[in-house]
Design a protein around this ligand. Structure first.
Ligand SMILES: [Zn+2]
Ligand SMILES: [Zn+2]
Ligand SMILES: [Zn+2]
Ligand SMILES: [Zn+2]
Length: 265
């Protein structure tokens, strides 16, 4: 959904002050006031604004009847003031987040893009939050929305709308009670708190929990837990680094401390 970006252009005096320091500049500039109250003052060159304030606490705008304007943005100890010296041009434009195009909105025929962790429509309020590691698929759900793939021990392909196809449900169907607790042999249940995870059915007597794997399950460890494919060597997360001593092709136990996990030869 669009929010207004206000744009002003003209001969302006700009002053910026912070912690007792201040500077003044004069020139023909373009001022951009974004919906998050970021204010940018651009002159004729370069990508960098000559002055700016990111996510100001407050922005006051004044326009006079003669076509001039003044704009003051404040943030903690910082203050940015831009004032036109004569007639200025001004306009408002509806803007959205920008991202990769991923489909067409079934509600309004608008364009869907993937931006800031969600699929959003450029023309209506439709928004679908995505898991961070979701990969968009070329296929379209029966409801008209794009589908995504998520790796959680296996590859799950579901609609981006959780109300249409539930990723949690699909994962539960596949992995709930699939493995046993290595400590007490009760079933491991798939639960969600902030994220999905395995917890021993013997809880609270047994407190064994494991994160759901974000890679493919390729077998079962001697201890009873699933074995997952190792991270690619290009992967730089901590788990991958800890794994780097072992051969990259060996699957490893879901429990990184499992004694059955093969060590480097
Ligand atoms: Zn729409
Ligand atoms: Zn759907
Ligand atoms: Zn247990
Ligand atoms: Zn194991």
């Amino acid at each position: 959904m669009t929010e207004p970006v206000h744009v002003y252009a003209g001969d302006c005096a700009t002053s910026y002050s912070a912690d007792g320091d201040s500077r003044r500049q004069r020139g023909r500039v373009v001022v951009v006031h974004k919906p998050d109250d970021t204010v940018l003052v651009h002159d004729a060159e370069g990508y960098q604004p000559v002055e700016w304030l990111t996510r100001a606490n407050a922005v006051h705008r004044e326009t006079d009847g003669d076509g001039g304007f003044a704009l003051v943005a404040v943030k903690d100890g910082e203050r940015l003031r831009v004032e036109s010296r004569d007639d200025a041009d001004r306009a408002s434009h509806g803007a959205t987040a920008a991202g990769t195009e991923v489909g067409t909105c079934p509600d309004c025929d608008g364009t869907l893009v993937r931006a800031r962790g969600a699929v959003i429509c450029l023309d209506c309020p439709a928004e679908y939050g995505l898991p961070r590691d979701a990969a968009m698929l070329d296929s379209t759900c029966d409801c008209g929305l794009p589908r995504m793939a998520v790796e959680r021990g296996a590859r799950f392909e579901v609609c981006v709308d959780r109300d249409c196809e539930q990723l949690d449900e699909a994962i539960r169907e596949r992995f709930d009670r699939e493995w046993s607790c290595p400590d007490c042999e009760s079933d491991l249940r798939v639960l969600r708190e902030r994220t999905l995870f395995f917890r021993c059915e013997g809880y609270p007597d047994c407190e064994t929990t494991f994160a759901l794997p974000d890679r493919e399950v390729v077998g079962t460890c001697e201890c009873g837990l699933p074995q997952v494919r190792r991270a690619d060597s290009s992967c730089t997360d901590d788990a991958a680094r800890a794994d780097s001593s072992a051969r990259a092709t060996d699957p490893r136990c879901l429990d990184s401390e499992c004694a059955e996990t093969p060590e480097t030869v």
